[in-house]
Design a protein around this ligand. Sequence first.
Ligand SMILES: Cc1ncc(COP(=O)(O)O)c(C=O)c1O
Length: 402
Amino acid sequence: MANIQSNKFCTKAIHAGYDSQLHEGALNPPLHLSSTFAFEDIKQGADRFAGNAEGHIYSRISNPTLSILEKRIAALENAEAGLCTASGMAAITSVLLTLLSHGDEVLVDKTLYGCTYAFLNHGLSKFGITVTHVDMTNVDNVAEAISSRTKVIYFETPANPNMRLIDIAEVCHVANQNEIVSVVDNTYSTPVITRPIDLGADVVVHSATKYLGGHGDLIGGLVVASTELIERFRFEGVKDMTGACMSPFTAMLILRGLKTLELRMQRHALNADYIAGWLNKHAFVKKIYYPFDTDNCQFALAKKQMHYGGGMIAFELEGGFQQGLQFMDALQLVQRAVSLGDAESLIQHPASMTHSTYSEEERARHGISNSLIRLSVGLEDKDDIQNDLQYALDTLKNFIAA
Ligand SMILES: Cc1ncc(COP(=O)(O)O)c(C=O)c1O
């Protein structure tokens, strides 16, 4: 942090990485819409290219607005350095393409966001990289699966869409002992709830599209790690391989979103905790998946590594596919949409939306039943959210009574 020194999360979320006095007192960071940067003389240019002098060259590599966001997310995740990318998928692909080469192996959890799964299985495997899926809810499985070719261990927690939790400290400890780089997708939790670097992770990736931006108006990604790794991801991953850099406009919006991140996450979690408790007792709901649900078999782990239960709930309705469709169509306030972490409550039915191209058997294998619903609890009044869900659940009455 420039002038304002604090280790408190919300102070860092507002001030870290920016000194207004270096920008004519502008309290909000200026937007640097410049593709390229002029050198005072050729020596300055040569020094920057050689890495002997700091300064910007070209916005696919770095940009002053992005640099502020990179410092801010690093401060929030307690990491040495940060990197902006065009999307969450750009963060994931830039990191993995940097760390892995032909012949290497990456160990990944069984449950992953769909496009991450597709990149690993249809993308990386095309380049001679072995992708091994392991149930990482048991750390012994991870230790057993490691081979001399394993270079990266990758997982999400909570995982999308079924909310499984992985013990970050345990899995990263095993990775560390074996000199394997651990990468954690912290999109669902954000650093308000979990800070994987403090628990031993080497790299954290984010879809900033979600809670970090927080307003559903951008697509962006962020990475934090050691300075050494971040410089590799910047030059090998983003500059040379994916080219997937963030726009300065997007960085500005994320900087704005981060200022209220802690407040928003507290409210998301408060609302979600209430809705999860209510859904849990509802006669038409078969099962709920929420980290801070006391009946959750991973409750102790949730309490160990999460400050709040977060804003995401998955639940299964009584009935099957048809009941899922009927419930979804009856909603009025809660919006039928993919993505998560917006102010608006968003809901999706994987069997008819994100996972509709899977066969029923494939869905079952991934733990996605026909009546599974994923809810991103928004910032609306909790009673309004509850009433909307209640109304939609009531439409299942005839089926349940039959
Ligand atoms: C857990 C997780 N990681 C990564 C991504 C990809 O992020 P983006 O859509 O910003 O590329 C998503 C998107 O939904 C996600 O849910």
